[in-house]
Design a protein around this ligand. Structure first.
Ligand SMILES: *[C@@H]1O[C@H](CO)[C@@H](O)[C@H](O)[C@H]1NC(C)=O
Ligand SMILES: *[C@@H]1O[C@H](CO)[C@@H](O)[C@H](O)[C@H]1NC(C)=O
Length: 131
């Protein structure tokens, strides 16, 4: 999800109306870092290891919940599959092992810190099974 670009557009629109330079409208107390890998077009094979990465550049000084975890989504629904847990959300990356799941091009990750953020849809293959 592109929350950051949405809020940037809103701030830009608000600035145009007010006729001022862009300034943040509110201080963020919730940290929802955008996932930078996997991205659209990424193909993972079951059993491989990959570094999931996310952008920590706009982290607030005080993070309410610094413990991250990552879950797998398929077809727009969050599955019970946990890919990583109890890591520092400020690390910006965590190595995960691609789980043994059916082939599909509609997988996403959800990175949870204070709140959840979705990756774009990407592909997992290698099981030889598809729904
Ligand atoms: C993930 O990143 C770490 C640190 O850069 C590196 O040591 C590790 O080999 C990477 N893992 C993969 C699967 O690329
Ligand atoms: C962060 O938390 C510390 C300790 O509670 C506090 O002193 C400081 O003012 C807070 N900073 C911000 C930007 O909220």
């Amino acid at each position: 999800m592109k929350f950051s670009s949405v809020s940037a557009s809103l701030i830009a629109a608000a600035s145009l109306l007010a006729g001022t330079n862009a300034t943040p409208l509110m201080t963020r107390d919730v940290f929802v870092p955008p996932i930078t890998y996997p991205h659209a077009g990424t193909v993972w094979t079951v059993g491989q290891k990959h570094n999931v990465t996310w952008d920590t550049s706009d982290a607030p000084v005080n993070i309410t919940n610094g413990h991250g975890f990552i879950m797998l989504r398929k077809n727009g629904l969050t599955t019970p599959v946990v890919l990583g847990n109890n890591f520092d959300i400020l690390l910006g990356r965590i190595e995960v092992k691609v789980p043994w799941v059916v082939d599909g091009s509609d997988y996403q990750l959800v990175l949870f810190g204070d709140s959840g953020n979705f990756s774009p849809k990407f592909t997992i293959k290698g099981s030889g099974l598809a729904f």
